[in-house]
Ligand binder design. Structure first.
Ligand SMILES: C[S@@+](CC[C@H](N)C(=O)[O-])C[C@H]1O[C@@H](n2cnc3c(N)ncnc32)[C@H](O)[C@@H]1O
Length: 355
């Protein structure tokens, strides 16, 4: 199945950042084409010059490398005006031509107000589609998920998301429930970061009870709460007050100090940092902690400017990489604009897990 195009979803308002990323990354992977992006649509389209440019990107580029893309699909067909009396037959006809079938069926829509209003339609269509596609679905060896992406009631993109190289959640992020005892909503950022950025196989080893952590800019304690839930001992650095119930856990030491001058007495396993600060300053601080061996793993937020966020990242991240290289560390950086992030991205730095 030749696919010339791919479609990538993102947070609404971040289309130009994703477009800049797609442009650069496709070139880096030797795939030539152009990008179409419209503001506030929640998605971007890449059209390759070669008839299989979409396949090339889907196979050459690890999905986890994307910063601004939440999910992607290789486009098999695009109907700008689908006959709303029968949306099933054209899909079944095209999907039926794929001999390997599909692992499962996904229906999705952009993360915009208009997009969300399509959730009822996708629920309604799910059953008749599953019936019509029954022979093609639930093929456990197929490398594809069949993915229908609706941008209106009559505009449909039909495509595939690789099972082994895409986000494991249809909309590209896990649905998380706000824990009632967590002191702030920011807690969900760290929980999502662990799910999105730490490879599944590595999680039990990387995050263990009795590890030691420092949380820079910790108050009121949403991130510290996540660490405490997993049994870690935490030094919470912030001049602001910490949640009293969290302090009662006995696992938190609160230090009212400046995060930029604080030094741990001995190295810790984890450094986490959610300060509202200039991103270059935070990046330098993280580079210092990692390169001096004060922490093994770090998760931190970089608050980006409102415009040209991709370009801003290209200026900031090389400093961290350079500091790690000069210290002889083989750390890898994973960077993602999370669902629970706003004008920011979240970065994981850890010893290279692909070696
Ligand atoms: C977004 S809040 C952190 C929220 C926290 N992660 C949570 O989940 O509850 C940012 C915090 O960084 C702290 N902060 C900012 N600059 C700081 C500095 N130089 N040293 C220590 N804390 C700082 C602020 O006091 C504030 O409490």
């Amino acid at each position: 199945m030749d696919m010339q195009r791919i479609l990538l979803t993102c947070r609404a308002g971040f289309e130009s950042d994703l477009a800049a990323e797609v442009q650069q990354r496709s070139l880096e992977h030797g795939v030539h084409g152009f990008v179409r992006a419209r503001p506030d649509t929640g998605f971007v389209e890449f059209q390759g010059h070669d008839s299989d440019a979409g396949n090339q990107l889907l196979t050459r580029m690890p999905f986890s490398d994307w910063v601004f893309a939440r999910q992607w699909l290789g486009v098999m067909a695009h109907w700008p005006q689908l006959d709303t009396r029968d949306r099933v037959t054209p899909v079944a006809r095209l999907a039926g031509a794929e001999p390997r079938g599909f692992r499962e069926l996904w229906l999705s829509f952009p993360d915009t107000n208009e997009g969300k209003s399509l959730s009822r339609l996708t629920r309604k269509l799910s059953r008749p589609l599953r019936q019509a596609l029954a022979p093609q679905l639930q093929r456990p060896t197929s490398p594809w998920r069949l993915h229908l992406f609706f941008t209106s009631g009559s505009e449909l993109w039909l495509g595939v998301t690789p099972v082994a190289n895409g986000a494991p959640w249809v909309l590209g992020y896990p649905r998380l429930r706000m824990p009632t005892s967590a002191p702030s909503r920011s807690t969900l950022k760290l929980e999502e970061a662990w799910l999105q950025l730490i490879p599944d196989a590595g999680r039990p080893e990387w995050l263990q009870p009795f590890q030691r952590a420092v949380d820079l800019g910790a108050a009121p304690g949403g991130w510290t709460w996540q660490l405490v839930q997993r049994g870690l001992q935490v030094i919470a650095v912030d001049n602001g007050p910490m949640d009293p119930a969290l302090m009662a856990s006995g696992q938190v030491e609160h230090r009212r100090e400046d995060a930029f001058t604080f030094r741990p007495r001995r190295p810790v396993d984890w450094l986490v940092c959610d300060m509202v600060e200039k991103p270059a300053r935070v990046a330098d601080l993280m580079a210092r902690w990692l390169s001096r061996g004060w922490c093994r793993y770090a998760i931190f937020n970089l608050k980006l400017p409102m415009k040209r966020r991709w370009q801003a990242l290209q200026e900031i991240l090389p400093h961290v990489r350079q500091a790690l290289d000069s210290a002889g560390l083989n750390h890898r950086l994973a960077v993602k604009q999370l669902y629970h992030d706003r004008e920011e991205v979240t970065v994981l730095a850890a010893p290279d897990w692909r070696c």
